[in-house]
Write a protein that binds this ligand. Structure first.
Ligand SMILES: Cc1cc2nc3c(=O)[nH]c(=O)nc-3n(C[C@H](O)[C@H](O)[C@H](O)COP(=O)(O)O)c2cc1C
Ligand code: SF4
Length: 679
C-alpha cells in the first residue's frame, strides 16, 4: 500500500524522479584516497542508498582547479582519473534506486597556499578568511577565464561518470566571494553592482551548460543572507535567487543562511548540540516562495518529525538529514518499516565535522560503523554459537557491548555500581547545553530492553558475583575515575572537574581550572564555575587550550564564557599547591623555561582525564582463558578472539573503554563494537 507520509512521496526534479523527500547534502567525510573516491567512499554512500535515501549529494567541495587545494581531503574533480572512481560510486547507489549528484567548487580564499601544488589562493579581493588564513591573490582576467573553463571540465567529467547532476558550492567559496560586497573589491565587469558581482557565476553556469547541455541537472548551494551588515542581505539574497532562476541555467536551489568565514559563523550555519533545531528552515521556505524553484535545505533537522514538517508545510522540496544519516544511515528504511523509534539519534555532537579538520576523517561520536562500512556492520549479524555474556559498567562502552552482544543473540547481564546508566556521559549531560548527549545512553537502553538484557543497578560486582553467572565472556567496562595526581605537592588540596560537574563541590570565588587534558570536562567545569559568578583563570601547558574540544564545539563555550570574568592562559604548567591561610598558593612553571611564580586562588580544579577503574579486571584475570589478552591482529582483521593462554580458565575476559586508558566516547564505543561483533 502506498504511504501517505509526506516524507515518502516522490519528487520530480526535471526528468529525474526522486523516490522520497530525504537526501544527504554534500558533506565531505574526508574519506578519499589520493583525492579519489574509492572503496571506503562507495561503501559509505551505498549503505545509505541501500536503506532507501532518495538522493546522496556526494563529495563536498570537490575541487575544480589546482589552485583550490583541498582543505579536508576533498575529491580532486580536476583530474580525469576521477571519472571511473565516481562511476563506481554512482553505479552502486543506482542499484538501489538512489540518485547521485556531486558538489563542485573552487574554494577561492577558503584554503591554504602551502598545500597541493603551492599555488597562491585566489579571490576577488586581498581579504583574508579568518578560518583558513591564506592571504589571497586578487584575481586577474586570466584567473577568471581558466577557472570558468575548469568548472566546465569538471562538470563534463561528472556527466561522463553517470551522475544525475551537479551542485555548485557558492557560499563562502569563490562564487560568493564574488557576490559578497565584503570580499569583492574588483573594478570593471566582475565588481561593483550585483549584476557584475554575479557575472563570474553566470559565466561558469553558461560554460557548464555549453558543455553538458540543457538536460543535465545543475543546481547551486548558496547563502541567501550572510546575516552581517556589510554582506549579502536577505533582500539581496532573494534578488540573487530570482536572478539564478531567471537565468534559466539552474535547476534547483539549495539554501543556506549565514556565513562561514569564522568558526562561530560556520556554527550558526551548521548548528551544534544545544543550539536551535532547524533555525533556517522558515527562511529557506521564503526563498522557495519567492522563486517557485525546487528547493533543498539542511541545517540541524535531526529528527523525522521536523523533517516531515519541513516538507508537509511546503517550506522545502527535499530535506537534508546529513548528520542524522551519519548517526543512522537506515533512517528511511526505519520510517518505511514503522520503526522510527529504532533510529539512532544524532545528538548534534559534531564530532564528525570537527574531525575532518583535526582528526583526519569524519566519524560519528556514537556510531562507530559510519565510515567503516568495509569492516564494521550497521546491522549486527546473529551469532552461530550463543553465549552468556556479562558486562560490568553501563557507560557508553558497556552499553554498546551489551547492545551488540544482545543483537548477536547472546544472553547478556550488565552490572552497574550506580543507580542509573550513563557513566561519564550522564555527567556530561548535566550541562543543559549538552543534555542531548544522554540520548547516546537512552537509545542503547531502549535497544537493550527490546532484547531482554538484564540490568543490575546499584551493584558493585565482585569476582564471586561474576563467576556466579557462569559466563562465557566477561567484558569490563568500568570506566575511570578523575585523575588529579599531577602535582609535585598538594594533590590533596585540589578538586577535579568531575567534582564541579557533579555538584559534589561548589565553585569557589577565585578559581583556577588547570586543564592539561584539553577535553570537554575542563571547559564544562569552567562554564559552570563562571555561571556561579566566580572569577576564573583557565590554564594549560599546551599551546592552545582545549585542543580535543575542536573548532565548532569550542564556539558555544566561548559564547557562554567570554563575557564573564575569565582569563585564558596558555603555556604554563601548574607544579604545586599549598595552603596559606584561607588561600591556596599555586606554584606555576613552564615547559619552556625554569620560570616559577606564585599565584593565589581559593579553589583549584584539575582536569587531567581519568585513571582506569580496573581492580575487578585484575581480580578476574587469573581465572580467564585468555588471561585478559587481546589478539590485536584478529581484532583488527575482524576475526573472533581465540587466545587460550590458560587451560584452566573458564571464561574469556576483555577490558574496553576508559577502563583501559582515558580516551573519548567514540573510542569507547568503537572498542565495544569491534570486539563484540565477533563474539
Ligand atoms: C563531515 C561534514 C562535511 C561537510 N562538508 C561540506 C561541504 O564540503 N560542502 C557543503 O556544502 N556542506 C558541507 N557540510 C554541511 C552539510 O552539507 C550540512 O549542510 C550540515 O551538516 C547541516 O545539515 P545537518 O544538520 O542535516 O547535518 C558538511 C557536513 C559534515 C557533517
Ligand atoms: S558526531 Fe554527533 S553530530 Fe555528528 S553524526 Fe554523530 S551524533 Fe550527529
Amino acid at each position: 500500500m502506498a504511504s501517505n507520509d509526506p516524507l515518502l512521496q516522490p519528487y520530480k526534479l526535471k526528468h529525474l524522479t526522486l523516490k522520497n523527500r530525504i537526501m544527504t547534502t554534500s558533506h565531505e567525510p574526508a574519506y578519499p584516497e589520493d583525492g579519489m573516491p574509492k572503496e571506503r567512499y562507495r561503501a559509505y554512500h551505498e549503505e545509505r542508498a541501500r536503506a532507501g535515501i532518495a538522493m546522496t549529494m556526494t563529495a563536498g567541495s570537490a575541487a575544480v582547479s589546482r589552485d583550490s587545494p583541498p582543505v579536508f581531503n576533498n575529491i580532486l574533480a580536476y583530474k580525469d582519473e576521477v571519472v571511473p572512481h565516481m562511476k563506481r560510486v554512482v553505479d552502486a547507489c543506482h542499484e538501489h534506486g538512489c540518485a547521485v549528484m556531486i558538489q563542485l567548487t573552487h574554494l577561492g580564499r577558503r584554503t591554504g597556499w602551502n598545500k597541493g601544488d603551492w599555488l597562491p589562493a585566489v579571490s576577488p579581493s586581498h581579504h583574508r578568511e579568518a578560518s583558513h588564513r591564506a592571504f589571497p591573490k586578487k584575481m586577474e582576467d586570466w584567473d577568471i577565464e581558466r577557472i570558468v573553463s575548469d568548472y566546465a571540465d569538471a562538470a563534463e567529467r561528472m556527466q561522463a561518470a553517470g551522475l544525475d547532476g551537479i551542485e555548485l558550492e557558492a557560499y563562502g567559496h569563490l562564487m560568493d566571494q564574488f557576490w559578497s560586497p565584503r570580499t569583492n573589491t574588483l573594478e570593471g565587469a566582475y565588481g561593483g553592482d550585483l549584476e557584475n558581482r554575479m557575472r563570474f557565476s553566470m559565466d561558469v553556469l553558461g560554460a557548464i551548460r555549453e558543455r553538458v547541455g540543457q538536460e543535465f541537472i545543475v543546481g547551486i548551494r548558496y547563502t541567501a543572507d550572510e546575516v552581517v551588515g556589510d554582506g549579502i542581505s536577505a533582500e539581496e539574497g532573494i534578488e540573487i535567487s530570482k536572478r539564478l532562476k531567471n537565468s534559466g541555467l539552474v535547476d534547483f536551489l539549495n539554501v543556506i543562511r549565514g556565513r562561514i568565514d569564522t568558526d562561530p559563523g560556520l556554527t550558526d550555519v551548521i548548528p551544534v548540540q544545544g543550539m536551535r533545531s532547524a533555525p533556517h528552515l522558515d527562511f529557506a521556505g521564503q526563498v522557495r516562495a519567492a522563486t517557485g524553484m525546487p528547493t533543498f535545505h539542511a541545517a540541524r533537522i535531526p529528527d523525522v518529525a521536523t523533517a516531515r514538517h519541513a516538507v508537509s508545510a511546503g517550506l522545502i522540496d527535499m530535506v537534508g538529514m546529513t548528520r542524522a544519516h551519519m548517526a543512522d544511515p537506515h533512517i528511511v528504511q526505519k520510517i518505511m518499516e514503522g520503526r522510527e523509534h529504532d533510529i539512532r539519534p544524532c545528538v548534534g555532537a559534531t564530532y564528525c565535522l570537527d574531525r575532518i579538520y583535526q582528526g583526519g576523517d569524519a566519524l560519528c561520536i556514537h556510531n562507530a560503523a559510519t565510515g567503516r562500512e568495509l569492516t564494521m556492520p550497521h546491522v549486527i549479524p546473529r551469532a552461530r554459537e550463543l553465549k552468556k555474556v556479562v558486562v560490568v559498567g553501563a557507560g557508553a562502552a558497556g552499553l554498546e557491548a551489551a547492545r551488540v552482544a544482545a543483537e548477536r543473540g547472546h544472553a547478556v547481564t550488565v552490572f552497574e555500581a550506580a543507580s542509573q546508566p550513563g557513566g561519564q556521559i550522564r555527567l556530561t549531560a548535566q550541562t543543559p547545553r549538552r543534555s542531548e548527549m544522554i540520548s547516546i545512553i537512552d537509545w542503547r537502553m531502549a535497544q537493550c530492553a527490546a532484547r531482554d538484557v538484564e540490568f543490575r543497578f546499584n551493584s558493585w560486582a565482585e569476582t564471586g558475583d561474576i563467576i556466579a553467572e557462569n559466563p562465557d565472556v566477561v567484558i569490563i567496562a568500568t570506566g575511570g575515575l578523575p585523575h588529579t595526581e599531577v602535582l609535585e605537592q598538594g594533590n590533596d588540596l585540589v578538586v577535579s572537574s568531575w567534582d564541579i560537574l557533579s555538584g559534589d563541590v561548589k565553585p569557589g570565588q577565585n578559581v583556577l581550572v588547570y586543564d592539561d587534558a584539553g577535553d570537554h570536562a575542563g571547559l564544562q567545569a569552567a562554564e559552570k564555575i563562571l555561571e556561579s559568578g566566580a572569577k576564573l583563570e583557565i590554564m594549560t601547558p599546551d599551546r592552545s587550550f582545549a585542543p580535543d574540544v575542536m573548532a565548532m564545539n569550542l564556539v558555544p563555550y566561548m559564547r557562554a564564557m567570554q563575557d564573564k570574568d575569565v582569563i585564558f592562559t596558555v603555556t604554563y604548567r601548574l607544579l604545586a599547591v599549598s595552603r596559606k591561610g584561607n588561600e591556596l598558593l599555586a606554584v606555576v612553571g613552564s615547559d619552556y623555561s625554569d620560570l616559577r611564580k606564585e599565584r593565589s586562588f581559593d579553589q583549584i580544579v584539575v582536569n587531567h582525564g581519568t585513571i582506569p577503574l580496573d581492580d575487578l579486571y585484575f581480580d578476574l584475570k587469573s581465572g580467564s582463558a585468555n588471561l585478559g589478552a587481546v589478539d590485536q591482529a584478529a581484532l583488527i582483521a575482524g576475526k573472533p578472539q581465540g587466545l587460550q593462554n590458560n587451560p584452566a580458565g573458564t571464561y574469556q575476559l576483555f577490558r574496553i573503554g576508559d577502563a583501559v586508558s582515558a580516551r573519548n566516547t567514540h573510542a569507547a564505543i568503537y572498542d565495544a563494537l569491534r570486539l563484540v561483533k565477533d563474539i
